[in-house]
Design a protein around this ligand. Structure first.
Ligand code: AMP
Length: 224
């Protein structure tokens, strides 16, 4: 049984962040920075699924086609995956969820696990996103996201670790369109679900990455 003191500590001290934003909003980049600054684990459901696909696990085989199509993996599968992850000891002082919840059903489920949430919504206009995703590359070695000079660029070196930059398989123009449509279909109700919470904030994600980080940190510091 969890003592009431333990419960109080987890309510008052843990920083449980949910990051919402369209593909190409800089969500992943900001997630890494937020997690480092507040010493909470960065939990990216997209990263977990892609790793499972690479490892060829049963989970990976189950979700591979869905990810490739730009659609959403089922709520139940995603919820049980996140439930298991949030039982790991490293989330005792909080977590940063990147890519979950994506639907209101997922958000409702998360509330049953941890309702004490700080919700950061990164907002970027569609035309800016399409521009960004065509030049987005991911380092196949360290996993950090980069922007390259032209959308034809391939095989460039990661400025951080020297690894090879590759295009994410679901970043081709057609799948990007599908992913944006998918996001648009679910984002409004999701944001409406969270909007009235005391610790909900919308951040202008069209600014330079460092400015966006500053804006996020200021808000998160003020919430604490
Ligand atoms: P992301 O890296 O967050 O863009 O996720 C990549 C892909 O993984 C998405 O396009 C979905 O197919 C799948 N995915 C990741 N998180 C979720 C989620 N919470 N619900 C459903 N599908 C997800």
């Amino acid at each position: 049984e969890v003592g009431s003191w333990e419960l109080m500590k987890s309510v008052s001290l843990a920083l449980n962040i949910v990051l919402i934003g369209p593909p190409g909003s800089g969500k992943g980049t900001q997630a890494v920075r937020i997690a480092r600054r507040y010493s909470v684990p960065h939990i990216s459901t997209g990263d977990i699924l892609r790793q499972a696909v690479r490892d060829g696990t049963p989970l990976g085989r189950e979700v591979e086609a869905t990810i490739a199509s730009g659609g959403l993996v089922g709520d139940e599968l995603m919820s049980s995956l996140v439930e298991a992850r949030l039982q790991q000891p490293d989330v005792a002082r909080g977590f940063l969820l990147d890519g979950f919840p994506r639907t209101v059903d997922q958000a409702r489920f998360l509330d049953t696990l941890q309702p004490d949430l700080t919700v950061v919504h990164i907002d970027v206009p569609d035309d800016e996103i399409i521009k960004r995703l065509s030049t987005r590359r991911v380092c196949s070695s360290c996993g950090l996201t980069q922007s390259v000079s032209t959308d034809e660029a391939t095989g460039e070196a990661c400025p951080y670790c020297g690894g090879t930059l590759v295009r994410r398989e679901d970043d081709d123009a057609e799948t990007v369109k599908k992913r944006l449509t998918t996001y648009a279909a679910f984002a409004d109700p999701l944001i409406a679900y969270y909007r009235t919470r005391p610790r909900f904030v919308t951040i202008d994600g069209a600014k330079e990455p460092d400015r966006v980080s500053d804006d996020i940190f200021k808000k998160l510091d003020a919430f604490r």
